[in-house]
Design a protein around this ligand. Sequence first.
Ligand code: CDP
Length: 226
Amino acid sequence: MNNAMAGVPVITLDGPTASGKGSVADGVAHALGFHVLDSGALYRLTALDAERLGIDLDDEAELAACALALSPTFTASRIFMDSRDVTDAIRAERIGNLASTIAPYPALRAALLDRQRAFRRAPGLVADGRDMGTVVFPDADLKVFLVADVAARADRRYRQLIERGAPADLDVIAHELCDRDARDANRTTSPLVAAADAMTIDSSALGLQDVIERVLELARAAGIGR
Ligand code: CDP
């Protein structure tokens, strides 16, 4: 990390699939005027490109090369890859499951590390993912671990898909969500685990604004954004 980055505050938001990290990250970043890193999008972009290129899912080196070669452009609401708008394509459940299948490869994770850290720019960053507080930004100013029970998360993901007009089956979603949790939590490299110094928020019975407010309170207490 260079010295310029060292002074830039970071809030990390880690947690399982559909725990609401993305929406909370956007709300907190908006309130503080901070940048956002949706690290899951980088894993999804890698999965999408690997599929397009027909890369063998067992070929860790090729998948890592694919991650390294990504050239996405993030605008306020869209993501482009080589001028193709891939915003909706990477949100497909198939791509999310593929991302979670290739995410355990250490070489692939290493290939995405610098790219993630480059998002740390003034006046600050809210980073969401699985290993933001443990691996990517271990020196973060505030670490939040966001959890919610399976029923609440399956319901949220179901509504998101329906809103987008995508096919959705609640039972299938709940089942895949548990599979993804197990894969993320049981892998050896950067498993989904709360950092020792993370604050856990259970959002099962909380609305989005309530969670955003709680994170902002914690941020204020940590002296961020003043
Ligand atoms: O929708 P969901 O929260 O599952 O997905 P996401 O945050 O967009 O991430 C897609 C997949 O990438 C996850 O299922 C994880 O397996 C993986 N991922 C990861 O391993 N590390 C991160 N920092 C972010 C995502």
